[in-house]
Design a binder for this molecule. Structure first.
Ligand code: ZN
Length: 172
């Protein structure tokens, strides 16, 4: 079986990143024991990376360089915002943990798009959040291997994403 549309592909990889100043540095390791599952052809992956994996089989390796323009884009200062603390009140007593510096808070904009905001600091002005991807402004080097490929389940095709090793795990 090869990696192509509507297949669930599991990959392991090491991701190195380059901010253009300090050279390549390690960012993330995804092991063969706990690979990353994605549904091919459903915009679950950077297009350049997905394209590089097309037609590969389990056991094949890959090495893909993606500059930031084709990755997660440039760092955008306008994506740093300050939101009043009162907006987080409904979270109740979890509030203090939620607003810890470095925490990533899943949110939605007024169009229903999913966003992730990292807490930079909390002060009298409110909660300072950074909605840039942590990979914004970085060139990416993926070195990895195809761990497995299987048919997608109908529910996965319906959702447009993979549900882990056997298709039944569901984590969003
Ligand atoms: Zn789902």
């Amino acid at each position: 079986m090869i990696a192509t549309k509507d297949k669930v592909v599991a990959v392991s990889y090491i991701l190195l990143v380059d901010d253009g100043e300090t050279g390549m540095r390690w960012y993330e390791t995804v092991t063969e024991q706990d690979p990353f599952y994605f549904l091919y052809g459903h915009h679950n992956l950077l297009p350049v990376l997905e394209k590089a994996l097309e037609g590969k089989s389990a056991g094949d390796s890959f090495s893909v360089f993606i500059d930031f323009e084709n990755g997660y884009g440039d760092y955008d200062d306008s994506k740093r915002v300050i939101i009043p603390k009162a907006n987080f009140k409904e979270e109740g007593k979890k509030n203090r943990d939620l607003l810890r510096v470095g925490n990533v808070i899943p949110m939605q904009d007024d169009k229903g798009n999913h966003l992730r905001g990292e807490v930079l600091k909390v002060d009298y002005m409110g909660v300072h959040l950074d909605f840039n991807s942590p990979l914004a402004g970085l060139d990416l080097q993926f070195d990895g291997k195809i761990v497995s490929i299987r048919e997608a389940l109908p529910v996965e095709l319906e959702h447009g994403h993979a549900h882990g090793p056997d298709g039944h795990h569901h984590h969003h």
